[in-house]
Design a protein around this ligand. Structure first.
Ligand code: ZN
Length: 308
């Protein structure tokens, strides 16, 4: 009876539990669900705890997860921050003592290359999960560990295959992509919170159907992932905004493109698009510094007027 309840089995079950949660609830996971965790032979296995480095009671020494707490949502976070996009995540020791049991467990996880879950706080109570994550380095001088994310397919029966020569390059690449996803998820979480989980245009309140649109795109010099460059939109209005079917004036009035106004078709066209023409946004952030930036809207609206 090798597997059941073993360290590798528990990690595998944790990943499956997270897969299931994400399928149902999307990527911004609730802390309560993570703190409750899953059942293993009648024992509860939480995935997150009060400390950043977390080991559930069913595991012997090595942690199951590490967590970076959310930053203040009112402060813009530049791209080049602690969660940069350099392919390495720097994670602080617990306290200043390298031999604290949490740090020792972390080091053992590095030596044995066991897969962990890396949680990033998007906002208070909401976390994004990346897994499998591995400890790839230890910097006692800086009191930090280096963490990288890897491809899920490299985990076989809960254990990592690390002997491959391509492992280092692959992990760096996968981590860069993971860091981008973290920034996108953080942007989405902040925008949705500012718009009280509603579509700005139609007030739809189903989080699973909402997205954070950029007013000016990522590649634009002012296309930063900050709330004043964002709009919470449902999927259909996001797509309509991106394709210049729907425009938003700097005074926050919605316009629908002329040719679309002339069309005749079903209910979605009529109620979902044409009837919005000339109406103001239904939801905007209450705080002045979070409202959509009129200068960015002006530039975006002139693109809409030119038809793209
Ligand atoms: Zn909508």
């Amino acid at each position: 009876m090798a597997a059941l309840g073993s360290d590798a089995e528990i990690r595998q079950r944790a990943f499956q539990f997270l897969d299931d949660l994400r399928t149902i609830h999307g990527n911004a996971l609730r802390r309560e669900a993570l703190a409750r965790g899953f059942d293993l032979d009648g024992k509860r296995v939480p995935l997150i705890g009060p400390q950043g480095i977390f080991k559930p009671a069913v595991l012997a020494n090595m942690p199951l997860s590490i967590t970076t707490v959310p930053v203040n949502p009112r402060k813009a976070r530049p791209y080049e921050d602690a969660v940069g996009e350099d392919g390495v995540i720097h994670y602080k020791y617990r306290g200043n003592d390298p031999s604290h049991p949490d740090n020792a467990g972390f080091r053992e996880a590095m030596q044995r290359q066991v897969p962990l879950v890396y949680f990033v706080g998007l906002m208070p109570g909401r976390y994004y999960a990346e897994y499998p994550a591995f400890i790839v380095g230890d910097d006692p001088a800086d009191l930090t560990f280096r963490v990288q994310v890897d491809d899920r397919r490299t985990i076989v029966a809960g254990e990592a295959r690390v002997a491959e020569p391509t492992t280092t390059a692959r992990r760096e690449y996968v981590t860069v992509l993971a860091q981008r996803r973290m920034h996108q998820e953080e942007f989405r979480a902040r925008v949705l919170q500012a718009y009280r989980e509603c579509c700005a245009v139609c007030r739809l309140r189903h989080e699973e159907l909402l997205e954070a649109a950029h007013i000016l795109p990522d590649r634009h010099p002012h296309g930063h992932p900050v709330v004043p460059n964002g709009l919470a939109l449902c999927k259909i209005h996001h797509a309509a905004f991106d394709r210049n079917i729907l425009g938003i004036r700097p005074d926050l009035v919605v316009e629908i493109r002329d040719d679309i106004l002339q069309e005749e078709d079903g209910l979605m066209l009529r109620h979902g698009l044409q009837e919005l023409h000339g109406h103001g946004l239904l939801v905007v952030p209450r705080a002045g510094e979070l409202k959509p930036d009129p200068v960015r809207l002006e530039e975006r609206y002139s693109q809409f007027r030119q038809g793209g």
